[in-house]
Design a protein around this ligand. Structure first.
Ligand SMILES: NC(=O)C1=CN([C@@H]2O[C@H](COP(=O)(O)OP(=O)(O)OC[C@H]3O[C@@H](n4cnc5c(N)ncnc54)[C@H](OP(=O)(O)O)[C@@H]3O)[C@@H](O)[C@H]2O)C=CC1
Ligand SMILES: O=C(O)C1=N[C@H](C(=O)O)C[C@H](O)C1
Length: 246
């Protein structure tokens, strides 16, 4: 029997690709496609909602799904500790429901985050540069924020001090956003999709870990994996790496 799956944000750049991917999967049945004007009542009969909308919309969508026993796979950005705590509260009242939040569904991007995490303790300095299309609502990207958090945690665990910044003269923003002590720089450019470089430097050498998403199809294997796994994984899973054998 196929698994009933809906896509919320089905008219969007990634959502429209997800509609095609779910439709093409023999073990999944596309039951509903929702956009900004849809009623969440259309999710009736759905077991997994793929949620790909906007930081302003994601919380209401997740609250409805969790309260109605619908598992969720979301890639929407804008997560804060406060939002995660609210979501955990809803999940505590619906213990059988699973939610996967994936800052990035692309396998290459997940690997690049892992590699950055592994390299972090060997370099005194590290900065993240993310580059995206010019219609993106959030900065830094969810992937860059997560990458910086993972790097910072790895540095802390290894006993490395916070990086010092010698800048005494500069314009606001010139050194990027500070994510747990890691500078993150955001570029928005027509023609790009999603790209990231982690730059690590120490005496006499640098290491650059770069990932490029060239088409939204790169996110689909991760979304489909998430849909199949989330039904058997109650509670909150943060990061696709937990569903991969890394
Ligand atoms: N985790 C990952 O791997 C990836 C995550 N993303 C994230 O996914 C999200 C969507 O990205 P993208 O597809 O580029 O965005 P788009 O703007 O192209 O699409 C957004 C979709 O969400 C709907 N939407 C927007 N606002 C609302 C709202 N207030 N209520 C309900 N629905 C709404 C839109 O409907 P309508 O057409 O009616 O406006 C549209 O279907 C972003 O947060 C992005 O960062 C993107 C790519 C990969
Ligand atoms: O908005 C996008 O396009 C993307 N958003 C996600 C993010 O913020 O990290 C994932 C990927 O970078 C594409």
């Amino acid at each position: 029997m196929s698994l009933p799956v809906a896509v919320i944000g089905a008219t969007g750049r990634i959502g429209s690709e997800a509609v095609k991917a779910v439709s093409a999967a023999a073990d999944l049945e596309l039951t509903a496609t929702l956009n900004r004007n849809s009623s969440l009542e259309e999710l009736k009969g759905t077991r997994v909602a793929v949620e790909l909308t906007h930081p302003d919309a994601v919380m209401a969508n997740l609250e409805y799904c969790v309260r109605n026993g619908i598992h969720v796979v979301t890639g929407t950005t804008g997560w804060t500790e406060e939002r995660l705590a609210t979501l955990r509260g809803w999940l505590a009242s619906s213990p059988g429901v699973g939610v996967l939040i994936a800052p990035n569904f692309s396998i290459g991007a997940v690997l690049s985050m892992k590699f950055a995490q592994q390299a972090a303790k060997y370099f005194e300095t590290v900065e993240v540069v993310e580059l995206h299309h010019n219609n993106k609502a959030d900065a830094p990207s969810g992937t860059a924020a997560r990458t910086a958090q993972l790097i910072a945690a790895a540095r802390d665990a290894a006993g490395l001090p916070r990086q010092s910044d010698p800048t005494t003269h500069g314009l606001p923003g010139a050194r990027g956003a500070d994510v747990d002590g890691v500078p993150v720089h955001s570029v928005r450019l027509r023609g790009l999709l999603a790209h990231q470089e982690v730059l690590l430097g120490d005496t006499g050498e640098t290491l650059t870990i770069r990932h490029d998403s060239l088409h939204h199809s790169c996110f689909m294997p991760g979304i489909l994996l998430g849909v199949r796994k989330v039904v058997e994984t109650p509670g909150l899973t943060f990061g696709l790496e937990h569903f991969l054998d890394l």
